[in-house]
Design a protein around this ligand. Structure first.
Ligand code: DHB
Ligand code: FE
Length: 283
């Protein structure tokens, strides 16, 4: 049977997508050094556990979906996912391999479980997906793994609540662990932490709330599922609502997890960056 072996979270800021190809020359750069210094333990863990598939929970920012057509929950079921110029100047990187059979299993299981998602047989993936993949697997090798993109709307209100996203993650976990192939699966939750890119509070960062989230998500995620979306926006900023992607990731994992690594750093671009590596307990 397929097994969820763990989960990772990381910010997905486009500026990182530009820095990643220059990581070797930036390791001693005062701006980038503390950011890149956090990633080797996550990469080492991935090399040790050798996942076969990454289920990547992210949000699209206008590349594949736009305001006229914006599903709450969408899942890719393609053999390959490409990215494309989003206007941030990030290099376009090689396509990601899909796993249509696993995607369809997850889609069927979710609809059966009362999550009416949008299935996508063609899908572009934006920086919410590509930046974490290129950070965790440098040199665009992606560790030879297959991917399943899971896209949640964090852009146009109404957004799904933290609790709904956590339950969505739990349903994805049930789906993966009922898949008959022996696969090791990691789940990524991208985006977050606190940030607001526009409006009166542009540049808003809430360190106290970020650290609470990073702490509670490990073994008391239900504390965070009690926030409403509006309270989350108040605490984390309009784009900090991307934290619902982390909660969906956490829902996929088992109730008990072991924290392998974490890092919190202010700031890259306009946001606090957060990294977590959580290993699943044995079921
Ligand atoms: C930034 C952060 C994001 O989450 C994003 O999607 C785009 C830009 C930023 O801080 O620059
Ligand atoms: Fe974002």
């Amino acid at each position: 049977m397929a097994r969820v072996i763990g989960g990772l979270t990381t910010s997905h800021i486009p500026a990182i997508g530009n820095a990643v190809p220059r990581e070797k020359e930036l390791v001693d750069d005062p701006y980038w050094k503390p950011f890149f210094a956090a990633y080797p333990p996550a990469r080492t863990w991935l090399q040790k556990v050798k996942p076969d598939v990454a289920v990547v929970i992210y949000n699209d920012h206008g590349l594949n979906f736009f305001l006229d057509n914006l599903p709450t929950f969408a899942i890719g079921a393609a053999a390959e996912y490409r990215n494309s110029d989003e206007g941030w100047g990030i290099p376009t990187i090689p396509p990601f391999q899909g796993d249509p059979e696993l995607s369809w299993h997850i889609i069927e299981s979710l609809v059966h479980d009362e999550f009416d998602i949008t299935s996508c047989q063609e899908m572009f993936v934006d920086h919410g997906f590509t930046v974490p993949m290129s950070l965790f697997w440098p040199n665009n090798s992606y560790g030879g793994i297959k991917t399943v993109p899971v896209c949640i709307n964090t852009v146009q209100h109404p957004l799904p609540s933290p609790l709904r996203c956590f339950k969505f993650g739990q349903a994805i976990g049930r789906a993966i662990e009922s898949y008959p192939k022996d696969l090791k699966v990691v789940v990524l939750g991208t985006g977050g932490m606190s940030h607001q890119l526009d409006g009166e509070r542009a540049g808003f960062i809430n360190k106290k709330f970020d650290l609470l989230c990073m702490d509670k998500i490990v073994n008391e995620p239900e504390v965070l599922t009690r926030y409403s979306i509006h309270e989350l926006v108040r605490q984390a900023g309009a784009q900090g609502a991307e934290f619902i992607l982390w909660l969906a990731m956490r829902g996929v994992l088992h109730p008990k997890v072991t924290k392998i690594h974490s890092s919190y750093h202010i700031a890259v671009s306009n946001t606090a960056t957060g990294l977590l590596v959580l290993e699943n307990s044995v079921a």
